[in-house]
Structures are given as C-alpha cells and as structure tokens.
Design a protein around this ligand. Structure first.
Ligand SMILES: C=CC1=C(C)c2cc3[nH]c(cc4nc(cc5[nH]c(cc1n2)c(C)c5CCC(=O)O)C(CCC(=O)O)=C4C)c(C)c3C=C
Ligand SMILES: [Fe+2]
Length: 457
C-alpha cells in the first residue's frame, strides 16, 4: 500500500481538553490553539508536532470532545492549569501528529510518547524463503507506510477506514527479535542483550504468543486509525512475513478525567508514577543504548520487554481497599505512598509504624520494584490494558500488556522481575502468559528506513 502514495491529508479537528500523563509521568494539557508553537525540546509533551493544530472543527467531533474535555498532549504542565483551563484549551485529538523521527536523540516514536488510548502489539515471522534482502525490502515498505500514516496521509486506493481522521497521535515502532538474526544470516550482529530472558517461577508462557522475528507496536488515540495502520502494515508484509501473534490494548481516552493524571490499570491503581522522567539526569543512559554499545547499529535504540500479564481480578476484587493498598505500598485514590504526602512524594522505605513494622510492607510491589532495592535498576513502563472477553470459569481474560523500555534488559527488567518473583505481594494476583524481548533500533534517517544500518551495514 505504501507504493500508492498519491495521498491526502485528512482534515484536522480542534477540540478542548486534558490528557493523561505520559510514561514519564509528565502530565500535560494542551496550550490553546492560538498560542505560539514552542520549539520542541524532545520532551514527550513537546514531541508531538504542532503543525496540524489549526485544522477545522468537525461539529460532531468537536461536540463529543468538548463533552469529554478531551485534547492533545502539548505544552502546559498539569500543575499550571486546572480543569477549567483544560476545558478552555483548544486543540484536537485527531490532528495531533507524532513525528516519525523524534526530536529526542533520533529515537523511534512510541517510547517516550504519551500513552495513547489504543494499542496493537503484533509479531511477525519471516516467510520460510525470506532472506536478508526480503527483510530489508519489508522494513523499507513498513517505514514508508508508518511515516505516511503518522503524518495523517492515507492513500487514495485505501480501505477508507481512517479517511476522516487525522493522525490521532499514531505511532508505529519496529523491533527485531532474537530469531530474526539467525533467519537473516546476521547472528554476528545480534546484541547479547537479546539473549532469552530467564524462566521465572510464576511464568505460564504460551510460546505461540511469545517472541517472533519482528515486532511492531502501534499506538493511537483513535481505534480506527490504529486498526487501519495495523492492516496496512500486515498487507505490506504479504509474501515476506506472516503474523505470529497479535494483542490489543487500551488506555484512558484523552480527556476522560477532569484534569490530567497518571493512568490507572484494571486493578484500579494509579500506575506509572515512579517511572524515570526524561528530565532525569540519567534518563537517556538508562533507557537508550549508548555510543559504547558493542553493536553500533543499536546506538540510540532501546530494548522492549513485552509481557501479557493476566490479572486474577476475581481474587483481587475480594480484597479490601486497605489490603490492596498494602500489596502495592501506595494509596488507590491518589497514588500517594503509604508513608504519606501526594502521588509525587518519595516513598519512605525506612519508615516504621507504632507496631515497629515497615509502613510500606516488606513485600509491597513498589518497594520490591524500586531502584533502591535493585542496585539502581530502572525501566520506562509504557503499558496498555487488555480485555479479551471471559474465560470458561467466567473470570475476565484481562490484565496488562506490560511494555517496558531500557538500555539493558538484564540490568533492568530481568533484575527487577527476579526480585518480584521471589516475594512480591502482587504476584499472587498475576499470571505472566506471554513474553517477548526486542531490539528497537533508532529512528531512520530522513529518506531511509528503520534498521538499514543493520541490514545493509
Ligand atoms: C519487572 C518489572 C515489573 C512488572 C512485571 C510489573 C508489573 C505490574 N506492576 C503493576 C502495578 C504497579 N507497579 C508499580 C510500580 C512499579 N512497578 C515496576 C516494575 C514492574 N511492574 C517498577 C519498576 C515500579 C516503580 C517502583 C518505584 O520506583 O517506586 C506501581 C506503583 C506506582 C508506580 O510507580 O507506577 C503500581 C500500581 C501491575 C498491575 C503489574 C502487572 C500487571
Ligand atoms: Fe509494577
């Protein structure tokens, strides 16, 4: 489809509103559309392009968005505004564009981009007769399609699914799995960071829904836009790769809350509070691969760990709020640590109560996962919730498509998951059912495609 590039920009729409925090916890609301566009500094809130903010308002879309107080993710921090300001601010969900190449150190979009309302995670295996050239041609097609769609350009001879919408913060992020390198004769260029994750005691992994040669993460604030991208990329793969597995997820719709806030998961917890922030001194070195990487094609890239984690919600929902809060170590209503303050107050892990016991229990999830308990290990969590209907026993098949980003999975995800596996109070309410680890290279240079330095280097 990407060859049919006599394409049209879909009309943009304006709407007011607020949206939930990005994965770095930086809640943002849009500046009024009339405000001058600031230069991007690479932070997630500013990463989204302002170019399309002044499109015409579709009456139905605008009314719906006004009612929801919805909006894009640009500019003003939550602390500077209240709900009324958010409601007054005018921008558009549909017209919000995330650049294919981010301003931030040439990384792919979809890593530090604020959480989107809809997500598709999908893995492909190369066709049996495919080789490195086939893979290179596929990545070239995929990159072109992603860039077009993320800019809101939909081909004339298309299905029409996304015709009336703008890009809606669409991001498409590409990664390579361990098996890709053997299939393409590139084993010497496989980073050691892609070595398979160890087994964890609570794993009940389905091999058919794990791993894969190639991985794509699609996110958008409109479900039709996200589906359209998924279909376009699948069609691009025809004859070269076949779909191995696919998972669908969701987050809060931008504007669903009266003011911007960190997302909640299906257990009802505020989730994402203590994510590393792009403003942290060591953010880049923790999340993105440095110049000294053994595999230079990964410099500026990141590693994604993907886990389908089903929540045992029938068990969880029987627990009192008090019990639930002790499982995490934070309050449910505002996400504050049990040692007091607000959501952003640091946890006091050494505080004990009148009974002499730690206020944040020894097995509380947030304590065990914290960098202080893991030699500083940190990862950027950027998940989607999922609900795939109900199981035979009536329990919801629902939980978290846990996606986390780091420069080195061994020192981040694996370190923390090993610790959680040994005594985390949350683990008894979770089942890890699928797993993947992918090398996500930096963004393509202009006119180039994602992964060329690996495939043609
Ligand atoms: C191995 C990494 C992690 C897995 C797997 C994981 C699963 C998981 N977590 C929640 C809910 C919450 N997690 C929170 C904090 C938190 N979790 C991890 C890591 C994993 N979580 C980290 C590194 C942290 C941050 C710890 C810190 O520095 O304080 C929280 C608290 C709020 C927050 O900081 O985000 C919640 C809530 C679920 C539901 C889940 C699996 C389904
Ligand atoms: Fe967690």
């Amino acid at each position: 489809m990407s060859k049919q590039t006599s394409s049209k920009k879909a009309p943009g729409k304006k709407a007011p509103g607020a949206r939930s925090a990005g994965p770095g916890g930086a809640a943002t609301v849009p500046a009024p559309a009339a405000a001058p566009a600031p230069e991007t500094d690479g932070s997630p809130s500013l990463e989204l392009s302002r170019r399309r903010l002044l499109g015409t308002v579709g009456a139905a879309g605008a009314a719906g968005l006004v009612a929801g107080g919805a909006g894009g993710a640009l500019g003003v921090s939550a602390a500077q505004t209240g709900p009324q300001d958010a409601a007054k601010a005018v921008t558009s969900i549909g017209s919000t564009e995330v650049p294919f190449r981010t301003a931030r150190a040439g990384q792919q979009a979809g890593i530090t981009t604020p959480l989107q309302a809809t997500g598709h995670l999908v893995a492909f295996d190369l066709a049996p007769d495919a080789d490195r050239r086939t893979a290179a041609a596929l990545l070239r097609r995929w990159s072109r399609t992603a860039e077009e769609l993320m800019a809101g350009r939909t081909p004339d001879a298309d299905t029409g699914v996304a015709l009336d919408a703008g890009p809606s913060s669409l991001t498409v992020t590409f990664g390579f799995g361990h098996s890709f390198f053997g299939r393409t004769g590139l084993t010497k260029r496989r980073p050691v960071q892609l070595d398979p994750l160890p087994d964890f005691s609570a794993d009940a992994l389905d091999a058919g829904r794990s791993n894969g040669d190639l991985w794509i993460q699609i996110g958008a604030d409109d479900a039709l836009v996200a589906f359209h991208a998924l279909r376009a990329l699948q069609k691009d793969a025809a004859g070269s790769a076949r779909l191995r597995w696919q998972m669908n997820g969701f987050n809060r719709t931008p504007g669903a809350t009266a003011h911007p806030m960190t997302a909640r998961n299906l257990m009802g917890q505020i989730d994402g509070t203590n994510n590393p922030k792009p403003s942290d001194r060591d953010f880049d070195e923790r999340i993105f691969v440095g110049r000294d990487a053994e595999q230079d094609w990964m410099h500026g890239g990141s590693y994604a760990v993907v886990r389908r984690i089903r929540m045992l919600l029938d068990d969880w929902e029987k627990r009192s709020r008090h019990e639930q809060e002790r499982v995490i170590g934070r309050r449910k209503d505002n996400g504050a640590p049990l040692t007091g303050g607000s959501e952003t107050t640091p946890m006091r892990l050494d505080a004990s109560g009148p009974d002499g016991l730690p206020v944040i229990p020894a097995n509380a999830h947030a304590r065990i996962a914290a960098p202080e308990s893991n030699q500083g290990a940190a990862m950027l969590r950027r998940p989607f919730s999922f609900h795939d209907g109900f199981r035979e026993d009536g329990a919801p098949d629902a939980g978290l498509l846990f996606v986390c980003w780091q420069a080195d999975p061994l020192r981040a995800f694996t370190q923390v998951q090993r610790k959680l596996d040994r005594g985390d109070a949350l683990s008894r309410f979770l089942r890890h059912e699928a797993s993947g680890l992918y090398a996500v290279p930096p963004a393509a240079e202009p006119g180039d495609y994602v992964g060329r330095p690996l495939l043609e280097g």
